[in-house]
Design a protein around this ligand. Structure first.
Ligand code: DGP
Length: 149
């Protein structure tokens, strides 16, 4: 009985550790996933956005809060919640998103000065929309990726 309880506690602690996301974040994430993707609403023109690119699989638009003079979100029309949820089947799509980023960087005049592509994934990155997206950022020196401790 005692060993069973200890084993159970050990498994619970292990699961929490492996989960790696706080309960608050997981709750928010699940709620947002249940409510449906705001990016799909933009794709379906149920929400307004300044669209910079669109084809049958991918859309790119200006985010609500700019984090650099040039800031675009490159989003697949197919909903994939996070990069963790992408699979081999999505390899071509993810590659195409990078090429859209490249094209937009040329169009926005930042391909030579430089730019950054980032995909926030889960809590530590601050992912707040659970529909995979690439941030294209540029138009000024962006500084280090993360502040060194
Ligand atoms: P992330 O933190 O990596 O999940 O980035 C989410 C991005 O989505 C952030 O740049 C703000 C943007 N965003 C969130 N809601 C909306 C919206 O309703 N419209 C637009 N255009 N952008 C949004």
């Amino acid at each position: 009985m005692r060993y069973t309880l200890i084993t159970l506690i050990f498994i619970i602690i292990l699961c929490i550790g492996l989960q790696g996301q706080s309960n608050d974040y997981l709750k928010q994430k699940n709620d947002k996933i249940e409510q449906g993707s705001i990016f799909t609403k933009i794709i379906n023109r149920e929400l307004p956005a300044t669209i910079a690119y669109e084809d049958s699989e991918i859309i790119a638009f200006v985010p609500l809060r700019l984090q650099a003079p040039i800031h675009l979100l490159i989003v697949p029309k197919r909903e994939i919640y996070t990069l963790n949820d992408a699979s081999e089947n999505d390899a071509l799509l993810l590659g195409k998103m990078l090429l859209v980023a490249q094209k937009l960087a040329v169009e926005k005049g930042i391909s030579e000065s430089g730019y950054r592509i980032s995909i926030n994934t889960n809590e530590d990155s601050g992912q707040s929309v659970f529909h995979i997206h690439m941030h294209l950022l540029g138009g000024k020196p962006l500084g280090p990726m993360v502040t060194q401790e």
